[in-house]
Design a protein around this ligand. Structure first.
Ligand code: ADP
Ligand code: MG
Length: 586
């Protein structure tokens, strides 16, 4: 399908958002809608501000919440009571409302995002229920079930937004700014971190992303937006009561977001508008309108699992990359701080219950060498790499990296120090383009990008070019052939400017041509100055690239040294290579 609006797309999207907001505001000011219509649209606009928060926390960061109405309520009550009971100026009360909702969101996030999944859903429901109880029962402060009335409208320079059309125009402009903010957020470093955490938390953490922090930030932003929406709602309708901020409303918010397409701000806005306007439009059907409305929602959910906007986006061509015009440079790797041994592992054990997956292993990787780790299936190779990248805490032993003790640091902390890795089972960020995947690697903290290589996008393009996949930059990564996906994973690791690269069976599943390309790629990486620890089963590949080899068997090191020595070691031959050398387990 051809691109839908070729000329429109050339205008900067930020301008489009603001222009749409101003245009909508102008229509509202120019056309004398009846008060009923104005009220409905005002509800849609203020709700949408809150629902778009769900794009951030659920759509971008993948964290479920059923407490959005509580944050909406915190915003509404802080504004109303701030003005009426504490004498705050409207704008001060508005800022207070947004901040209070944000702080409450941060607190909820800090205490609960570690749980994830349905536990997180449960906790947010509990928070929501407690909030409703407090609103209803703490009568001295909240005024209880009667609610709060007489909430004033804002005024600037002597002008008061008392006219509903004026206030609605104001809300529409605020909404367009919120949509712009959320749309832009996805295209920032933080936005990519959120998407990475959502797509593959494990891979995100070994690329240097502190997943916990990112989730808490997503919760905070989402709640602050809900607070903003709630505050605008309170002032718009002048009256609020506890039942407007109940669990039922949280479910409505969630339905709106999912219906429209939670991964995009536009989709979420679409869903919110539809769910508010549709029932009104169907009211002439009298008794059966709720049934039709419910059926429509269910049908959309079944046939458009990514929401309406997600469905439409699939029909559209992919977004043209702004990076197209840039040319990749030469890949640069910072030289290792220590010239001799980069990694020194001593007496490392990892037990799973009674199973000694690693049993007192010693291993030293010398700077700018390719060090192979081999052994039969189940001998502990992946476990070793998982300990080095912080995914497993060792039972005992120490890991020294560039003279620092880094034993049992968190994955993102190890990544920040310059340990990058790939996975035996490819772990890419499935919703992202190849370029975005590699950019996520390039943005790790401490990547030491100097002036020439400081641009994340440019660095990512360079890494893509290095593995020979520059032309696939804009393709969604899951559409690529298996061998290409392996290379993208290597590019993502390379873009982080690592000091040590851990490759877990990079040749698994590759055909012989691809294996030869991998040999050449390994040689070029070494030529850049990289130090590489590679797990591999293909002995001919190992013989072509390895400077040193360590062999594991049942978690124990059974041999170590130069290939010529190790591959003839009787212990290795009997445990792993077998008598005739050509038979090697895959
Ligand atoms: P390799 O990569 O050499 O094939 P692994 O390191 O994956 O071997 O596994 C080594 C041993 O540790 C195996 O017996 C495996 O079943 C066990 N193991 C690995 N990870 C875990 C885990 N998370 N829990 C329990 N056992 C594990
Ligand atoms: Mg393995």
């Amino acid at each position: 399908m051809p691109r839908m609006f070729p000329t429109v797309l050339r205008i900067p999207p930020s301008l489009l958002f603001i222009a749409a907001g101003v245009a909508a505001a102008a229509v509202v000011l120019a056309v004398p809608f009846n008060p009923y219509v104005t009220g409905i649209v005002m509800q849609a606009a203020t709700y949408t501000v809150a629902v778009v928060g769900l794009t951030v926390v659920l759509g971008y960061a993948g964290q479920i919440t059923l407490a959005q109405a509580a944050f909406f309520g915190i915003g509404a009550y802080c504004l109303a009571l701030g003005i009426l009971d504490y004498g705050l100026n409207f704008w001060v009360a508005l800022a207070f409302a947004v901040a209070a909702a944000g702080v409450a969101g941060a607190a909820l996030g800090l205490t609960s995002v570690r749980l994830g999944g349905h536990y997180l859903a449960m906790i947010t429901i509990t928070f929501q229920q407690i909030f409703t109880l407090v609103l209803t029962n703490w009568i001295e402060v909240t005024r209880g079930p009667d609610g709060v009335s007489g909430i004033p409208r804002p005024h600037v320079f002597g002008f008061t937004f008392s006219n509903n059309a004026h206030y609605l125009a104001f809300c529409l402009v605020v909404l367009s700014l919120v949509l712009l903010f959320v749309w832009r957020l996805r295209r920032t470093r933080l936005g990519r971190q959120m998407a990475a955490v959502r797509d593959n938390e494990l891979a995100a953490s070994v690329t240097g992303i502190n997943a916990h922090y990112v989730k808490v930030v997503a919760f905070t932003i989402s709640s602050a937006l809900a607070g903003l929406g709630g505050a605008l709602f309170a002032s718009g309708f002048a009256y609020i009561s506890p039942d407007q901020f109940s669990l039922a409303e949280s479910i409505v918010f969630l339905t709106m977001a999912l219906l429209g397409g939670v991964k995009s701000a536009i989709g979420t806005a679409l869903g919110a508008s539809l769910l508010i306007l549709l029932p009104e439009a169907l009211r002439f059907l009298k008794e059966i309108y709720l049934a039709i409305y419910g059926a429509a929602v269910v049908l959309i959910m079944i046939f458009m699992p990514d929401g309406i906007w997600g469905y439409l986006s699939l029909l559209q061509r992919k977004e043209a990359a702004a990076t197209r015009s840039r040319r990749p440079g030469a890949l640069h790797i910072s030289p290792a701080a220590r010239k001799d041994v980069v990694l020194e592992v001593t007496d490392l054990s990892k037990h799973f219950g009674g199973l000694k997956a690693l049993d007192r292993v010693d291993l030293a990787v010398r700077s700018n060498t390719i060090h192979a780790l081999i052994g039969p299936n189940g001998s502990g190779k992946t476990t070793f790499v998982n300990v080095l990248s912080g995914l497993y805490k060792p039972t005992s032993g120490t890991v020294m990296f560039e003279s620092d003790d880094v034993t049992a640091l968190a994955p993102h902390a190890l990544a920040s120090r310059g340990i990058a890795r790939t996975f035996q089972n490819i772990r890419l960020f499935s919703s992202m383009s190849c370029l975005e995947n590699v950019m996520t690697g390039a943005q790790r903290p401490g990547a030491d990008l100097d002036a020439d290589h400081g641009d994340i996008g440019a660095r990512a393009l360079t890494a893509l070019d290095f593995v020979g996949l520059l032309d696939r930059a804009d393709d969604i990564v899951t559409g690529l052939p298996y061998g290409h996906q392996r290379k993208i994973e290597i590019a993502r690791a390379l873009a982080a400017n690592p000091q040590l690269l851990l490759l877990d069976e990079p040749a698994a599943g590759l055909n012989s041509t691809e294996k030869q390309q991998l040999v050449e790629l390994l040689r070029r990486m070494k030529a850049l100055g990289l130090t590489i620890l590679i797990i591999e089963h293909d002995m001919s590949l190992i013989e072509q690239v390895a400077d040193n080899i360590t062999v594991l068997n049942f978690g124990q090191r059974i041999s170590d040294g130069r290939p010529a020595h190790v591959l003839r070691d009787p212990a290795v031959v009997s445990a792993y290579l077998g008598e005739p050398r050509q038979h090697v387990a895959a």
